[in-house]
Design a protein around this ligand. Structure first.
Ligand code: PXL
Length: 278
């Protein structure tokens, strides 16, 4: 069985980060080790959340794993809490990257034109440097604007997105993928670039006029799970778009759904169908 490790926070309630990555990637038949960077009572869109920083645990945990000779087929990073944690993640890559290890960075820090609470431009600059180490990066357009210094635009065309991807490629990853790309009001999807080949790939699906927290983490987790199941990157991204959209659709239709996240638990069987497990 393949094993990945995902490095991000635990938001105890809120259906994002590790409470999404662990069930989704495990359900896809991949052993999912976790390296929690912080424990929060909820994600940061609630007011009054608690925060216990685990920065001082990252290095001892990595050292123990090294001693036990654990190997990972992929390292997937999401929400990181500080500058220092970016440095720790860089060291982690150096310690655990082997031939064939996929390094997948979701540079979670911003959306809708704004940085999330607690992040600043210095953090974005450091995240941009970390992207050099990645096989795949999956920023949304806001994150990509902070990573590249390009102005954020609410309305844009394909040439803006392609320019953004070329600048992301300049950071040094093998593949850059823009998420949440919408080239017409009722469609949403991804535009990716194979940086060495200079080839773009695109996929989109129906867009519903709603927005939920944690959908980016569902998208990234599904992409990593599909890659580990042998899917090509474009096919893994297509699976992630379809599963995320289906989950949003089911959540909107459920009168009892929670406002703080989507019902990925309900749509898990659909995910297993999409990857051909059932
Ligand atoms: O879904 C991304 C995410 C992860 N973890 C925490 C967050 C967010 C987004 O705001 O607050 C703690």
């Amino acid at each position: 069985m393949k094993r990945i490790v995902t490095i991000q926070d635990i938001s105890c309630i809120g259906k994002c980060s590790l409470t999404v990555a662990l069930p989704i990637i495990s359900a896809m038949g991949i052993e999912t080790a976790i390296l929690p960077t912080a424990v929060l009572s909820t994600h940061t869109m609630f007011t009054g959340f608690t925060w216990a920083d685990l920065t001082n645990q990252v290095e001892p945990i990595a050292a123990h794993w090294k001693k036990e000779n654990f190997h990972f087929d992929a390292i997937y990073t999401g929400y990181l809490g500080s500058f220092q944690q970016i440095h720790q993640v860089r060291n982690f890559f150096e310690q655990f990257r082997e031939q064939g290890t996929t390094i997948f960075i979701d540079p979670v820090m911003a959306d809708n034109g704004k940085l999330y609470a607690g992040f600043d431009l210095a953090f974005a600059g450091e995240m941009a440097k970390l992207c050099q180490k990645a096989d795949i990066i999956v920023p949304n357009i806001t994150e990509a604007s902070f990573l590249t210094g390009m102005p954020y635009k609410e309305t844009y065309d394909e040439s803006y997105l392609k320019e953004m991807l070329r600048r992301l490629a300049g950071l040094g990853p093998k593949y850059a993928v823009l998420t949440g790309v919408s080239l017409s009001p009722d469609r949403i999807g991804i535009l990716g670039l194979d940086c060495a080949a200079g080839e773009y790939f695109f996929y989109d699906t129906v867009r519903l006029p709603v927005s939920y927290h944690g959908t980016g983490d569902i998208f990234s987790s599904t992409t990593v799970g599909a890659l580990m199941n042998g899917f090509s990157l474009p096919d893994a991204l297509k699976t992630a778009c379809d599963y995320t959209m289906e989950t949003i659709r089911v959540t909107v239709a459920n009168p009892d759904s929670r406002s703080y996240g989507v019902d990925f638990e309900t749509t898990m069987p659909r995910l297993l169908q999409l990857i051909g497990k059932i």
